[in-house]
Design a binder for this molecule. Structure first.
Ligand code: ZN
Length: 166
């Protein structure tokens, strides 16, 4: 599955919630996971594969934060801490681009897991940033939107050089 890259207009679509977690949906979640690991990503939203559904997968096991992939179906951030942190982020839709983004330090997120159970967790640090980044994808928002004009131009120049962007 091809990961859409900036400025593909499909990255701006607002994704729809899914009704329930069935076999077909689990297959979609599996393909999302494989697409993500094939690109060595730590997070991916269905929007990035051109699937307008509210699905995200994250896997922070490479940095010891999770023990494997986490699937979040219909994720909703129900609390954002007022305390913010600024960290460097990348995105599979922006190959080789980085930029510092300010986000809530911790959040509460409610979602359905791979088995369709409703879960609420508190996420902090990298996991909180990652979930905020991916949930924004579901609303057509990109990390790039948070960057300064100058940094945006630098990233766009890089994408043109890589042939990702015309
Ligand atoms: Zn992204």
């Amino acid at each position: 599955m091809r990961i859409l890259t900036y400025p593909d207009p499909r990255l701006r679509q607002i994704a729809e919630p899914v009704d329930d977690v069935d076999d077909d949906l689990q297959k979609t979640l599996d393909s999302m996971y494989y697409a993500m690991i094939a690109h060595r990503g730590i997070g991916l939203a269905a929007t990035q594969l051109g699937i307008p559904k509210r699905l995200i997968v994250i896997d922070l096991s490479s940095v010891g934060i999770t023990s494997g992939p986490m699937y979040l179906v219909n994720p909703e951030i129900i609390r954002f801490s007022t305390e913010k942190v600024t960290e460097s982020e990348g995105c599979l839709s922006f190959p080789q681009c980085w930029g510092k983004v300010e986000r809530s330090k911790d959040i509460d997120v409610r979602y359905l897991n791979y088995n369709g159970d409703q879960i609420t967790i508190e996420a902090t640090g990298l996991m909180a940033a990652c979930i905020q980044h991916e949930v924004e994808h579901l609303d057509g928002i990109l990390f790039h939107d948070h960057l300064s004009k100058m940094k945006k131009k630098m990233n766009e120049r890089k994408l043109r050089k890589l042939g990702v962007m015309k």
